[in-house]
Write a protein that binds this ligand. Structure first.
Ligand code: HXC
Length: 628
């Protein structure tokens, strides 16, 4: 169910931002609203700021022209959805209005079309209920401003099929979003803790616990943000916070009741006055209260299986731009302190803010939350696996935790049997090498164990039966480059830097660099790099055959996905046979290599895919391979 055409219904601020994101992701987008004027206004919202970027030299005119050429205005709803693979509703946040629209869309859109709602406060199931395609209804919750904010919550309703959720997730990724999968629960993942965080700031003010500027300053420091809760409300509109909190209150009970001061401020129709003195001594108390709310709810989210621990943190760092997510913050603070802060609230609210058992257990064992440093996403109905190194604070350096997490991810990749795998890094590095503090602590025996672990995990990558692509998004140094060399195809961003700096640290490559590099680029060039601890830019890497392609940073993932999809469309056993023939055959003499190839291809004549591939050719149709 690959999505190519998207229709956005509602051309307001959110809708036009969503349309822009999908158009820049290469989708054909139709923009719809109640009138031609409203649609034209929506298009202006997209065009004007982008024209400014062109004028400032930040965007080539050709890119703007291409983006606009993918956007079609269509005020007629029936015509707008006639061709759509995915329809996204971004109309006024009113359940009746949305339900009427969904009933209409269900009648007008083709049966295959996925219907998505951008609601932030209603259940996906309440919209699915008015259609006859509940399995093809999902939530796609974008964050303001939708064209720019990278976070996208992909909400799976109780009746949403996994295939629909996967297709929506993949489309969101292609539109440049960092997707977070959530269940159909109140506030989904992020608003569930973010809105009460704002409400708690208002409660602190109601109680006279601190002045408004004190609360604002304490929040900024504790969460590493540039705008505190009150300034944020001024920017987004105070009533939005009250509306969101009231909805949570209805769904989740007493703890979520809106603060009196918040209601009063909305009645006054005024923004908050941010001026006044900051009382430094009261900041710790304020910070502890705000953290307590966030920590408690984050644990509830994970215990209720709304969202994973890592995605809860990503929601905070990507969507809200907090310096760290709730679980990373708890790890830094220590589970005991986090527990104390949540307990203070739980003692006050009783069942309305229940003590999360998982936090109590972590505190009792004085244990940190395990935040996976390597993640796995299955795309295209399981045909592609995307593995991401996620330790950006240390440029994804390979410590033992990362290697063990990667090992566990590879076990899941092996079970999932994808047709191609892509590995990449979060942040500005692919991987900046083995972890230097870890290595500094090792003696000979420790180094032996550590390199054995590294080599075992890298061999596991090399041994995957399907092709492995490396999307080298930034630094690939030392063990990072060695890991990339365990893949089949290496694609680098123009910004990438590749090298083996080990000799500058008093060691030499130990994760296969002295072996795999000469096999790839020849012994002379490899020695140049290893002996001098040399780092090369992407262009030079391409010239010496170290990488197989260099792509603009924004286009790297799309390029890798396109190559991976081309591979995935072919017969998987044939591709796997070709991989082993090349990998094993080139490690022996020509005669032995030719025998390896001969036996491998002969065995393929026993597969169903060989019959399918050849029948498809003879019947002049596209082949549908099963991997059997
Ligand atoms: C642990 C690392 C790291 C590494 C970066 N960091 N590389 N931590 N191990 N290999 C951490 C930094 O300490 C810093 O943490 C944070 O990541 C950001 O890095 P910066 O240095 O501030 O970034 P920048 O100035 O942009 O420089 C980027 C860089 C530089 C050029 C890549 O970080 C660098 O030279 N790193 C080391 C690269 C390296 O030598 N790799 C090979 C390792 S040997 P803080 O906490 O300060 O913010 C190897 C051997 C394998 O891989 C075989 C084993 C036997």
């Amino acid at each position: 169910m690959a999505i190519q055409t998207v229709t956005v219904v509602g051309a307001g601020n959110m809708g036009s931002g969503i349309a822009q994101a999908f158009a820049s992701g290469g989708f054909k987008v139709t923009l719809n609203d109640v009138s031609a004027e409203a649609v034209a206004k929506g298009l202006e919202r997209i065009r004007k700021p982008l024209e400014k970027r062109v004028a400032e030299g930040k965007m080539p005119q050709a890119d703007l022209d291409a983006l606009l050429s993918r956007l079609t205005p269509q005020p007629d709803l029936k015509a707008a959805v006639a061709d759509a693979d995915l329809v996204i509703e971004a109309v006024f946040e009113d359940l009746k209005v949305k339900q009427e629209l969904f009933a209409k869309l269900d009648g007008l859109a083709p049966a295959k079309t996925l219907l998505a709602t951008n609601t932030s406060s209603f259940y996906v199931k309440d919209l699915a209920a008015v259609t006859k395609r509940a399995d093809r209804v999902v939530g796609l919750h974008f964050f303001f401003p939708a064209a720019v904010n990278k976070l996208l919550e992909v909400v799976k309703g109780p009746a949403t099929s996994q295939a629909s959720a996967d297709a929506a997730y993949a489309a969101g990724k292609k539109a440049g979003k960092s997707c977070v999968a959530t269940a159909d629960a109140p506030g989904f993942a992020v608003n569930r803790f973010f809105v009460p965080w704002i409400n708690e700031a208002c409660r602190l003010l109601d109680e006279g616990a601190a002045t408004l500027p004190t609360i604002e300053a304490a929040a900024k420091e504790a969460f590493g943000i540039t705008m505190g809760p009150f300034e944020l409300m001024n920017v987004t509109g105070v009533p939005i916070s009250l509306h969101a909190q009231s909805t949570l209150h209805k769904q989740l009970g007493a703890f979520y009741e809106p603060a009196k001061g918040l209601k009063a401020q909305v009645d006054k129709k005024a923004n908050w006055d941010l001026a006044g003195p900051v009382e430094d001594a009261k900041k710790p108390l304020v910070a502890a209260r705000l953290r307590g709310v966030v920590f408690g709810i984050a644990c509830h989210l994970v215990e209720e299986k709304v969202c994973t621990l890592r995605d809860t943190d990503r929601g905070a760092t990507i969507g809200l731009r907090w310096a760290a997510g709730p679980f990373a913050m708890m790890n830094k603070l220590g589970a005991k302190q986090a527990l104390a802060e949540v307990k203070a609230l739980s003692d006050k609210w009783g069942k309305a803010f229940a003590m999360p058992m998982t936090l109590a257990e972590h505190a009792a064992a004085n244990k940190a939350w395990h935040l996976p440093t390597v993640t796995l996403e299955m795309l295209d109905g399981g045909h592609l696996a995307l593995v991401t190194f996620d330790r950006p604070e240390a440029l994804n350096a390979l410590n033992e935790t990362v290697l063990h997490d990667l090992d566990a991810v590879l076990a899941n990749v092996e079970k999932a049997k994808p047709r191609a795998v892509i590995l990449t890094g979060e942040g500005k590095a692919f991987i900046a090498g083995a972890d230097i503090p870890t290595m500094r602590a090792h003696d000979v025996a420790g180094a032996r164990a550590y390199t054995a672990l590294g080599n075992r995990v890298l061999d596991r990558i090399a041994a995957l039966p399907c092709p492995v692509l490396m999307a080298i998004n930034g630094f690939a140094l030392g063990g990072g480059l060695e890991l990339a060399l365990a893949g089949d195809l290496l694609y680098a961003s123009e910004k990438a830097q590749l090298g083996l700096p080990e000799v500058g640290l008093g060691i030499h490559p130990g994760f296969g660099g002295t072996q795999r590099l000469p096999r790839r680029i020849g012994i002379g060039k490899a020695k140049e790099i290893v002996y001098a601890g040399k780092t090369v830019g992407a262009k030079e890497a391409l010239a010496i055959g170290l990488v197989d392609g260099v792509v603009a940073p924004d286009a790297l993932m799309d390029h890798c996905l396109a190559v991976a999809r081309a591979i995935a469309s072919k017969a998987p056993l044939a591709v796997a046979g070709a991989k082993t023939s090349m990998d094993h055959g080139t490690e022996t003499g020509l005669a032995a290599g030719l025998r390896i190839e001969q036996e491998s291809v002969a065995l393929l004549f026993a597969t169903k895919d060989k019959d399918e591939g050849m029948d498809a050719f003879l019947q002049k149709r596209a082949a549908q391979f099963q991997g059997r």
